[in-house]
Design a binder for this molecule. Sequence first.
Ligand SMILES: Cc1cc2nc3c(=O)[nH]c(=O)nc-3n(C[C@H](O)[C@H](O)[C@H](O)COP(=O)(O)OP(=O)(O)OC[C@H]3O[C@@H](n4cnc5c(N)ncnc54)[C@H](O)[C@@H]3O)c2cc1C
Ligand code: FES
Length: 266
Amino acid sequence: MAVEGVSWVPRLTRVLERVQHTADTVSLKLDLSLNHQPGQFVQVSVPGVGEIPLSVASFPGDRLMITFRRVGRVTAALYGLGVGDSIGVRGPFGRGFPLEGGDVLLVAGGMGLPPIRSALGSILRERDRFGTVQLLYGARRPSLLLYREEYDAWRRGDVVVSLIVDEAEDGWRGRVGVVTELFDELEVGSDATVLVCGPEIMMKFVGRGLLKMGFDPKRIYMSMERHMKCGVGLCGHCNIGPYYVCRDGPVFDFETLRNIPESGVI
Ligand SMILES: Cc1cc2nc3c(=O)[nH]c(=O)nc-3n(C[C@H](O)[C@H](O)[C@H](O)COP(=O)(O)OP(=O)(O)OC[C@H]3O[C@@H](n4cnc5c(N)ncnc54)[C@H](O)[C@@H]3O)c2cc1C
Ligand code: FES
C-alpha cells in the first residue's frame, strides 16, 4: 500500500467504506494512505459544492479516515456519499500533537474525538514509549459517543478510558456530568502531556482545571477550529491573534493561547 506525503492540490480519491455512527455523524474510509501527524487536518472537497477542513481520524500510514457531523452544505454533500463515490483531498496540513512519551492525558468532547483517536493509534503502536495513558471523553448522550466499538481494544492496549455524558439514556450506568468532573478519576501525574480537542467552552474549563492541579500550560495542547479557505497560510481567513490556525495550528499550547484573548479558551 503506497503511503503519500503532503499534497497542495486536491487528489481525487474513492470512498471505500461508510460507517454510520449517529443519526447525523459518519466516517468515510478513503482509498488514500497518509503519513500525517495526529492532530493535522485535510481539506476535503466535493466537486461543485465546496471544500472544508476535517481532522484526520485514522492512524498514521493507514487508509485515510474522516469523521464528520452533517451541519451545512459540504458536510451534507459528504454525508450523502456512498462506497465508490469520489472526493478531493489536499493535505495533510498544519501542526499536530507532540507525542514524545511519558504520561499522556487525552481529553475530548463530542466531535473532538477524531484527532484524539488518531493520536491514540500512534500511542498504541509504540505503547512502550509511554507511561500512563488516559482518555477522558464526554458527549451529550451515550448514543452520541463516537467509536464505541473501539473502547475495549483501547483498554486492552493499557489505556484508561473514562467516559461521561451530559444526559443519561436507558441502560447507561456510567457517569453523568461534564468532562472536567472526570478529573477526580485522573491516573496520570501533573507532568503528563495533555492533548485536548472539543468545543472552546470545554477546552477553557479543562485548561483552567488542569492549571489548578499544577499541570504545565506549555504541555497542554489544544486543537483550535476556525473557518478556513486556503488551508495553507495564504488567505488570512483563520487567524487567532498573530497566528493562522491552518499553518501555525490547529494545535497550540495553552501557554500561547492564554495570551490571546480571542482564542476563546481563557
Ligand atoms: C482544523 C479543523 C478540523 C476539523 N475537523 C472536523 C472533524 O473532524 N469533524 C467535523 O465534523 N468537523 C470538523 N471541523 C469543522 C468542519 O470544518 C465544519 O463543520 C465544516 O466546515 C462545516 O462545513 P459545511 O459546509 O457543512 O457547513 P456550512 O454550510 O459552512 O455551515 C453550517 C453551520 O456550521 C457553522 N460552521 C461552519 N464551519 C464551521 C467551523 N469551522 N467551526 C464552527 N462552525 C462552523 C456555520 O457557521 C453554520 O452555522 C474541523 C474544522 C477545523 C478548522
Ligand atoms: S485558511 Fe487561509 S490562511 Fe488559514
